[in-house]
Design a protein around this ligand. Structure first.
Ligand code: ATP
Length: 407
């Protein structure tokens, strides 16, 4: 066991106006309401496992991570940790804003009890990892951009080779290069046997990284167990929650090719951008209306702006976002990433498309060489209708089957 939570409760006093806190103190009469952020949380994170926390905004994930890291105390209950813990929670928490980056690194090392050669080694590794210039490292950290702050925070937190790493997804800000570097560092620590506890809204990442997960809902554990079971339960809940947004009509105009611009990611520098997604049927007739068991080809046009190795993934989804089928070049036995500056054209053939009647859309992704980090995405595009006029089966897909006559 690396972290154990036992009956954790966290209550916050919420004041309607800031001055109410003072009035309460002066008058001795309660002027706040109690917000229960966490209640009845008991579970263990096993040594060496990667454990994910998922849930809606405000569910209590960050609060639980802070309790795990010891930066806040639970109102009641107990948390125990084993091993060297590094926490990446609030950006630069624990840094002295007036001091330089370099001094802050040394201060962090001292906090971990390092001295002499060990301290120098820590400082050298953190400095190298941060990729901040000599000039930047000599400036007070209060002058840093949030990206610089993050580099320093991540570098200083992971330079101790933690046995337990606690990461809040708030840290997935910053440029793509550093995000990838941080992710690789987390994977490296994990490979060496570190325990990782992290929260994320990126369910793809949670599925790919975590052995187990917990879904926190309204401050309580709604589900805990194998990642697939927990994420599936959460997705079902999200679908029910957004059921009123369901539509039977495809959201966009039907056309057989859809340009995808500008890049829908938050990043300005997308190394491998999705330029166009199109479909083709064997008979060349309107690919926005496909018959069941007709051949269909998906065409994905990409542009790579450098030599970044990448993978490509897609999924076929229903208008309510239910995944029908998804895969990626990362799942191919060779796992060989693509690379090369310039345009790339990929074709995916679906011989005798086994989808039955209904509306479907495509999600297309470019991913890094680990298949974990999404570089660019085009979601809910290129709607198409499948008509199953020649057959009478019902459902989403036609499954291979055989009727066996027993008697
Ligand atoms: N210092 C605080 N004072 C009062 N309420 C707080 C405080 N910190 C958090 N809360 C409340 O506790 C609840 C849980 O917050 P928390 O940040 O843990 O949620 P979260 O699951 O991490 O959300 P998100 O996904 O948006 O980051 C929220 O309702 C939040 O408003």
């Amino acid at each position: 066991m690396a972290i154990a939570f036992k009956n954790i409760e966290k209550h916050y006093a919420v004041y309607a106006r800031p001055q109410d806190r003072l009035w309460e103190w002066v008058s001795g009469r309660q002027r706040h309401r109690v917000h229960v952020a966490l209640s009845g949380i008991s579970f263990e994170v096993r040594s060496g496992e990667t454990f994910g926390l998922i849930g809606e905004n405000g569910a209590g994930k960050s609060t639980l991570l802070k309790i795990a890291a010891g930066t806040i105390r639970p109102t009641c209950g107990e948390v125990t940790r084993q091993g060297r813990v590094a926490a990446l929670l609030e950006l630069g928490a624990g840094f002295h804003p007036e001091e330089s980056g370099q001094d802050n690194i040394r201060f962090m090392a001292a906090l971990h009890g390092l001295e002499g050669a060990a301290l120098e080694d820590f400082a050298a590794r953190a400095t190298a990892f941060s990729e901040l210039s000599e000039e930047t490292l000599q400036r007070p950290v209060k002058t840093y951009s949030s990206g610089m702050f993050m580099r320093l925070a991540f570098a200083a937190a992971t330079a101790i080779d933690p046995e337990v790493l606690i990461v809040d997804e708030a840290l997935s800000v910053g440029d793509l290069h550093f995000q990838k570097k941080s992710l690789n560092r987390i994977l490296e620590l994990r490979e060496r046997g570190a325990t990782v506890l992290f929260c994320s809204h990126n369910l793809y990442q949670v599925r790919s990284l975590c052995q187990r997960a917990a879904w926190i809902h309204g401050g309580r554990i709604a589900a805990i167990g194998s990642t697939e079971d927990v994420v599936t339960a959460y997705e079902a809940h999200e679908r029910r929650r957004y059921a009123h947004l369901r539509t039977d009509a495809p959201p966009a105009e039907l056309s057989n090719t859809q340009s995808v611009a500008p890049a829908p990611t938050a990043h300005t520098s997308v190394p491998v951008k999705i330029m166009r997604v199109g479909t083709e049927t064997a008979d060349g007739i309107n690919p926005a209306q496909v018959d069941s068991f007709q051949d269909l080809t998906l065409e994905i046009e990409l542009e790579s702006y450098g030599d970044t190795p990448f993978h490509v993934g897609f999924s076929i989804v229903r208008p309510d976002k239910d995944n029908v089928f998804g895969t990626s070049t990362h799942f191919l036995p060779s796992r060989q990433a693509m690379r090369g500056l310039g345009q790339h054209l990929l074709r995916v053939k679906f011989p005798r498309l086994p989808l039955l009647s209904g509306q479907y859309l495509w999600n297309v992704y470019t991913l890094d060489d680990t298949g974990l980090q999404v570089l660019d995405m085009a979601e809910l595009i290129q709607p198409f209708t499948v008509l199953n006029q020649k057959h009478r089966e019902v459902g989403l897909v036609w499954l291979e089957h055989e009727w066996l006559h027993i008697e």
